[in-house]
Design a protein around this ligand. Sequence first.
Ligand SMILES: Nc1ncnc2c1ncn2[C@@H]1O[C@H](COP(=O)(O)OP(=O)(O)OP(=O)(O)O)[C@@H](O)[C@H]1O
Length: 263
Amino acid sequence: MSARLAAASDAAPVEARPGAARPVLALEDFHVAYGAVEAVHGVALHIDEGEIVTVIGPNGAGKTTLLAAAMGLLPSRGRLRLGGEVIARPSVEAMVARGVALVPERRELFGEMSVEDNLLLGGFYRWRTGRRDQRARMAEVFAIFPRLQERRTQWASTLSGGERQMLAIGRALMARPRLLMLDEPSLGLAPLIVREVLQVVGALRTQGVSVLLVEQNARAALQVADRGYVLETGRVALQGPAAELLHDRRIIDTYLGLGQRVA
Ligand SMILES: Nc1ncnc2c1ncn2[C@@H]1O[C@H](COP(=O)(O)OP(=O)(O)OP(=O)(O)O)[C@@H](O)[C@H]1O
């Protein structure tokens, strides 16, 4: 294991790390349970401003659970901070109001509504007033995903898998989030489309959006991310710079397949 890769969760509290940028999101000793059964056991992770951080791991490791609880969709125990603020009881309303957006695994689009109307709904909560503002933001989203503009009047249900994923991300971007949380954006997509979608995700950092990317496609995720965490049975098993994780023997053997070295 490389010296810069750490086997356990962040040992020091985030604010205690020398020279650390202020994290957009920090979880410390974060636990999530379904009834009496705990699925996430004391995870610590952070995302700094403009960073793309990925959480990878096998089926059932707790990735979706972690993301849902960080968004306030599931009850949690531990510490969650957004910027400098401790959020005592994370709720969806609190997270959305503070500029966090989640793109869920199943995308949750409104199939019998146009691309344009799906996008407008994404900005509704934050921009209840000011329709002109929403139109301006939609133009920005179309600049990011030109394919959506070509299909703006088409029902969401008629889009291809890749286009639906773009629409789901575009809808989340309508709220101008500081932090975008993505759950398995590669799910069900062909490799070329995965690359296209993740390239756009990578470009978001230049627009001041930080990204928490949960992925089973470890290679694709590590190629776009700055740092990564490996979650196994609800615990952080390994973490470090994405470029180093990509070349870590254990990651290659377990997640990248057939003992191949990454070129
Ligand atoms: N609604 C639920 N009720 C009870 N247990 C659940 C529920 N949802 C998930 N779990 C359990 O929590 C654990 C973590 O599941 P989770 O879906 O978060 O894993 P994951 O890493 O996202 O997996 P995948 O990559 O397959 O989506 C699993 O053991 C799962 O069975």
